[in-house]
Design a protein around this ligand. Structure first.
Ligand code: HEM
Length: 452
């Protein structure tokens, strides 16, 4: 008789006999991750209901999972659950299919295309400014959402988000709510069952798919545009010269739309919050902007000179990583930190834990963009800091997001100071991404000493 293989789990919280650590996880996921890492070390395990998960908090283990052994993993089950909703796009697919899609999508983010996207980003930032007045109260999180939605809609689909804003906003709201419930394990039946929440999600999906299908059929007639959808439509795989089907195009457009919108929104919202509460950093930033731009609007060509602006963004994503944890599922037995991890186990690496580890970051809670100066950044071990993931599946839109955020900061910061509303404190909430729970409310203060 073949004996079942016995795996020894890394240490971890005992939890409830049936639910495991589900109650603590649901109550405060961010605090839970940190507590598990603090109490049980660089490799720990915990149970959510019947599932055992592994939390790794060591840069070498993260690199092993994302880079060296990446072929032994696929995307975790929570992400695969999204396939019926967002389709089989880059974010949710695996294996050969993913690899081909990545080859087709990657060139749409190259330098030549970035030129035209950067023009769109600048235009939408100007539009946002037109609606701002000195002394007005604004929620900067909502403002940044508007900015990135406008940019991504035009750059990706060549549409004014305004014309479809109702359906798009509805889809995003329903999607975020649905994903959150799945994540904490409270949405019960799979998507194919006609429960009220599944039906609501399906209606929202149909609304957005309808819009995308219309766009795809009109582009098929005239695919000469510079927007991502047209670029993807023309893309051909070198190995067999084939392109994407309408279904694949729709899935990729939806994926990029979702992945490219809330990530940058959150990166920017947290950056404004940190700048507003650290006048010394803000002053240093303004001094760079004065020196490089001398009062004019920034362009793509300025970005390499805006070193401190980039450091501010990187440090902001250290303290508030838009994606605060990423997971993979083992497809075979893997060795990790001296343990044998069985197939079909989810392994999590959390930026929220690792970006605050004092072994790699001095005084980790301090907002200090100088950590990312050319010299100091060399001292940060690879994979102690990974806001864009790593290995073959690192963020395909990294440059797009960084350019968009840098252009927004370099345009808006010299014109306005943001005075935080003390009655509405800013604090993080782990939703699909790490967002400011109740927004970033502030009063706009036009700067008096504008350079003409
Ligand atoms: C500050 C902004 C952004 C952050 C922090 C961010 C973060 C990430 C991370 C951590 C991953 C890897 C997830 C994993 O390994 O499981 C990822 C993947 C991805 N991101 Fe981003 N992202 C940002 C902006 C964007 C933008 C602007 C786009 C598109 C316009 C985008 C599109 C994608 C896509 C399609 C993937 C999946 C790539 C693949 O699996 O091949 N992201 N992103």
């Amino acid at each position: 008789m073949v004996k079942a293989r016995v795996y020894k789990s890394p240490p971890g919280p005992k939890g409830h006999w049936l639910l495991g650590s589900l109650p603590e996880f649901r109550k405060d996921m961010l605090a839970f991750f940190r507590k598990v890492a603090a109490d049980f070390g660089d490799i720990a395990s915990y149970r959510l209901g019947p599932r055992r998960l592994i939390l790794i908090s060591d840069p070498a283990l993260v690199e092993k999972m994302l880079v060296t052994d990446h072929k032994k993993y696929i995307k975790p089950y929570v992400q695969r659950l999204l396939r019926p909703i967002v389709g089989n796009g880059l974010f949710t697919s695996d294996g050969e299919f993913w690899s081909r899609q990545r080859r087709l999508v990657q060139p749409s983010f190259n330098r030549q295309h970035m030129e035209s996207y950067a023009g769109i980003m600048a235009l939408h930032t100007q539009r946002l400014l037109e609606g701002w007045r000195d002394g007005e109260e604004k929620d900067l999180h909502a403002e940044m959402m508007r900015l990135t939605l406008g940019t991504v809609s035009e750059a990706m689909l060549n549409v004014d988000a305004g014309s479809y804003s109702k359906q798009v906003a509805r889809f995003i709201d329903v999607f975020v709510d649905y994903f959150e419930r799945r994540l904490i394990g409270s949405a019960s039946l799979p998507y194919i069952f006609p429960t009220p929440e599944n039906l609501k999600m399906r209606r929202a999906v149909r609304g957005l798919e309808f819009i995308l299908d219309e766009m795809i059929s009109s582009r098929r007639k005239d695919p000469i545009g510079t927007d991502l959808l047209s670029v993807l439509m023309r893309a051909r795989d070198e190995s067999d010269s084939t392109g994407m089907t309408d279904r694949q195009l729709r899935d990729e457009a939806l994926t990029v739309f979702l992945a490219g919108h809330e990530t940058t929104t959150n990166a920017l919202s947290w950056t404004w919050y940190l700048l507003a509460s650290h006048p010394d950093v803000e002053e240093k930033l303004l001094s760079e902007l004065r020196e490089v731009l001398n009062g004019r609007s920034p362009t793509l060509a300025d970005i390499p000179m805006l070193k401190y602006t980039e450091q501010v963004l990187l440090e902001s994503m250290r303290l508030f990583p838009p994606i605060y944890a990423l997971g993979r599922e083992t497809v075979e037995t893997v060795e990790l930190g001296g343990y044998e991890i069985p197939p079909q186990t989810t392994v999590i690496a959390s930026q929220w834990v690792m970006h605050y580890d004092s072994r790699y970051f001095d005084d980790p809670t301090r907002f200090n963009p100088d950590r990312f100066s050319r010299q100091s950044a060399k001292e940060i071990p690879k994979y102690a800091y990974f806001p864009f993931g790593g290995g073959p599946r690192y963020c395909v839109g990294k440059t797009f997001g960084m350019v968009e955020a840098a252009l927004a900061v370099a345009t808006l910061a010299p014109l306005y100071r943001f005075e935080l509303n003390k009655d509405k404190p800013v604090y993080p909430r782990a939703s699909v991404m790490l967002r400011p729970a109740t927004g970033v409310h502030c009063t706009l203060r036009a700067r008096k000493t504008r350079v003409p």
